[in-house]
Design a protein around this ligand. Structure first.
Ligand code: NAD
Ligand code: MG
Length: 355
């Protein structure tokens, strides 16, 4: 690679990632932000924005169990339509499947120059929400669960985030999204500029093929192979599920090379020679097919219909998964971990209960 090419690639990368010095707080600090929903993301955005000096009003249903929680956290709470009427910026942090109905309920409160914001682009990209052309439509999406977004911010750090602009009626949409990302702590870690399409398609593909779908299938197949061949389920659990975290931690800290460095030469040779026999070219073809369903909108249509039908397949698949032997063997083993009498890191204790 020539020097020129390297410089160009570097520039392309650094132009798209923003840190605290790149953001201008004045684009958000005098505005009122309505945060609709007070779950995982909602509580983190509302509290971080408030601590950054932004005026926040939380919008919740009157019978929401989160209402007293948000009030006791020191926040102003009202209904979503009233919050929207009061706000300059409206952030949708209710579940994605509920957002279209909530949007309909609050739409009349949107004024010219207001901003409609999302932490995930599904409903805009797949046209389930079509905001009027006189508002800005942007995204500020932390790349982490809400309780981490809050904890990182309180510790003086931040969770990396994405920003994107779908509609810019004011000419200030990007600056405002960046200022919002700063106010929730994102620029302390790095804010990547993207598009709604890229965020949605890469997010759906990643969770389906690798993170949530692919990895759980890999773990279950490995567990079943050992158990079916007479090995103890406890052994199989520790080998195929528990130890995965340790391997992922090594990759997270130092990349795949850092993981190879830490495991034994035998593990490295076995992994290098056998890995591609397990996840082979047919898996790659399956991934292409899953990506095509995401790109064509086929997955979105399926999921929207599934919700309209009351989630019959979802409920059945979920039950089937919960009854898998790896779950039955795993729960008591985790309870026996000596550190489990303290509060588990996996339980977002500070996140208000959903209702
Ligand atoms: P959640 O399920 O944790 O919280 C939803 C909140 O909405 C709850 O407080 C609930 O009471 C409230 N709510 C439900 N129905 C409502 C209604 N009709 N009117 C008003 N409020 C209602 O949701 P979440 O996981 O925080 O997701 C919110 C958004 O953030 C989604 O777009 C999601 O894709 C995105 N996101 C989530 C994560 C994550 O890790 N959880 C990460 C990045 C982006
Ligand atoms: Mg649009």
């Amino acid at each position: 690679m020539t020097n020129d090419t390297a410089t160009t690639a570097d520039d392309a990368f650094t132009q798209n990632i923003y840190y605290s010095n790149d953001a201008d707080a004045s684009y958000i600090e005098d505005k009122t932000v309505a945060v609709l929903g007070y779950g995982s993301q909602g509580h983190a955005h509302a509290l971080n924005l408030t601590d950054s000096g932004v005026d926040v009003v939380v919008g919740l249903r009157e019978d929401s169990s989160s209402w007293p929680q948000a009030e006791s956290d020191g926040l102003r709470v009202t209904t979503p339509d009233e919050a929207t009427a009061q706000a300059d910026v409206v952030m949708f942090l209710v579940p994605d499947t509920i957002q279209p109905a909530v949007f309909e309920a609050v739409e009349d409160g949107l004024e010219e120059g207001n901003t409609v914001m999302f932490a995930h682009g599904f409903n805009i990209h797949y046209n389930q929400i079509q905001p009027p052309e006189y508002v800005d439509v942007t995204m500020a999406a932390p790349k982490g669960p809400g309780h981490i977004v809050r904890r990182d911010y309180e510790n003086g750090g931040g969770t990396p985030a994405l920003i994107a602009v779908d509609q810019d009626s004011t000419g200030e949409a990007k600056q405002e999204a960046l200022a919002y990302a700063q106010a929730i702590g994102g620029t302390r870690a790095g804010v990547v500029e993207t598009t709604f399409r890229e965020e949605v398609e890469s997010d759906l593909f990643g969770e389906q093929a690798v993170l949530c779908g692919g990895v759980t299938s890999l773990v279950k197949h490995g567990f079943e192979t050992l158990v079916d061949n007479g090995y103890a389920p406890e052994m199989a659990y520790f080998e195929c599920l528990n130890e995965l975290k340790l391997i992922v931690d090594l990759m997270y800290e130092d990349g795949i090379g850092g993981m190879w460095y830490s495991v034994s030469d035998t593990a490295e040779y076995g992994g290098l020679t056998r890995g591609d026999r397990i996840v082979d070219e047919t898996v790659r073809e399956n991934m292409e097919a899953v990506l095509k369903d995401v790109q064509s909108g086929e997955f979105a249509r399926e999921w929207i219909n599934e919700n309209q039908a009351g989630r019959p397949s979802y409920t059945q698949l979920k039950r089937h998964d919960e009854e898998h032997e790896i779950e039955e063997i795993g729960a008591p083993l985790r309870d026996l971990f000596e550190w489990e009498d303290e509060s588990s890191d996996n339980e977002p204790a500070e996140v208000p209960a959903d209702d």
